[in-house]
Design a binder for this molecule. Structure first.
Ligand SMILES: [Zn+2]
Ligand SMILES: [Zn+2]
Ligand SMILES: [Zn+2]
Length: 383
């Protein structure tokens, strides 16, 4: 059933459904559905949050009923979902357009609904009711996405046991001989190669529809008739949406990423919000009224990458310091690990001429019961 050792290329497998059957193809292949998957994510430092999911599903068993190849695109099931707890996160990189889905209605969904959406897509019961239909997973640099889904939703697509083959349009492009400046061609360049220009890429829903279209174009290349039909299908999908009735009841269409209201969108939001984390931090105070505490990126970074010190009491030495730099870092470490105190200990002048203060630091560091009013504190204050 698996093609791991098969010599069939990524392009051959897709062509199988569209007029060029693979010789000796396993029967499972003919019952397979093709699922395109794309994820967009917010990234900063160690943090990677999935912000959008794009899913496009093509059922080749319906192909015989289509009157022309444009219907391959028009009968695609298309989903664009923004993940509610992450939807406010926007990468600084220009060109992200989460609100510009071109092929239907964007839904805002919870993490649980994201998991359900993926499960429903990848576990479609067979017509006879026994087991699930085999899946050909299609994407553009799809390995990055599947790994991220596992990290974010705890969904390991492979564990569904339905994926019989993963197809990547970057590899298809190579097989077809699309020239590219970089070893792995980007979606934008791949579209350009077929004469398609799109302003709103990096929106998961748009990217996956285009990825699916490009896969169809690559698998039918150089058949110009199919090519034009796919192009026409795309244009009609944009205007009319998918022809597949979608039963999906999950998700909401109106959600404010700023105040969490479900009656307006962020661009119409007039609700005042405050981040109580940023309000207290002189460095971030200027943006404290642009977001809610729960949506604070600074807080998120702090929560997700806990250092051993962040759970402990702040460094009292730095808390009491008149130096702004030290004060602002007081929450990041405990006194025992205070770099400023350590620097003082190492400094040659302290070692030679200020032995008293050095021993005070040592005493303070070794004392867990150390308090602001103790004898040691008097000595520290002299720094
Ligand atoms: Zn709002
Ligand atoms: Zn904040
Ligand atoms: Zn300190």
């Amino acid at each position: 059933m698996y093609f791991a050792q098969s010599l069939a290329g990524h392009t051959d497998i897709l062509s199988h459904f569209f007029g060029l059957p693979l010789p000796h193809a396993p029967a499972a292949l003919d019952d397979a559905i093709i699922i395109g998957l794309d994820a967009e994510w917010f990234t900063r430092g160690e943090i990677k949050h999935v912000t959008e999911l794009g899913i496009a599903i093509l059922d080749p068993t319906n192909h015989h009923a289509y009157t022309d190849d444009s219907e391959l695109v028009k009968f695609m099931e298309v989903f664009h979902a923004r993940i509610i707890p992450n939807a406010h996160l926007v990468n600084r990189r220009a060109g992200a357009h989460a609100d510009k889905f071109l092929f239907g209605t964007t839904k805002f969904i919870t993490l649980e609904e994201a998991e359900q959406l993926l499960t429903q897509a990848f576990c479609r019961p067979k017509a006879n009711g026994y087991g699930y239909r085999p899946v050909i997973l299609l994407g553009h640099a799809v390995d990055n996405d599947t790994q991220l889904l596992q990290e974010n939703f705890g969904v390991d697509l492979r564990e569904f046991g339905t994926i019989i083959k993963t197809i990547d349009t970057q590899i298809m492009a190579e097989e077809v001989g699309v020239q590219s400046d970089s070893p792995l061609i980007g979606l934008k360049d791949l579209l350009k190669w077929f004469g398609i220009q799109e302003k709103y890429l990096h929106t998961a829903g748009n990217d996956i529809v285009y990825t699916m279209a490009v896969a169809l174009l690559l698998s039918s290349y150089p058949d110009m008739d199919v090519g034009y039909a796919i192009y026409r299908g795309l244009e009609e999908l944009k205007v009319n949406g998918t022809l597949v009735p979608t039963a999906a009841s999950w998700g909401i269409t109106v959600f404010c990423t700023k105040c969490n209201s479900t009656s307006h969108m962020a661009n119409n939001c007039s609700v005042g919000v405050t981040c109580f984390k940023c309000v207290q931090n002189p460095r971030n105070a200027h943006c404290a009224h642009t977001h809610m505490t729960e949506k604070c990126i600074a807080m998120d970074i702090e929560n997700r990458t806990p250092t051993p010190d962040s759970r402990a009491d702040p460094c009292t030495l730095c808390m009491m310091s008149g130096d702004f730099k030290r004060w602002s870092k007081a929450q990041t470490h405990v006194m025992e690990n205070c770099a400023w105190a350590r620097r003082l200990l190492r400094g040659p002048s302290q070692r030679t001429s200020n032995g008293l203060e050095r021993s005070a630091v040592l005493r303070a560091q070794s004392s867990t019961q150390w308090g602001g009013g103790s004898e040691e504190w008097v000595e520290f204050r002299r720094w």
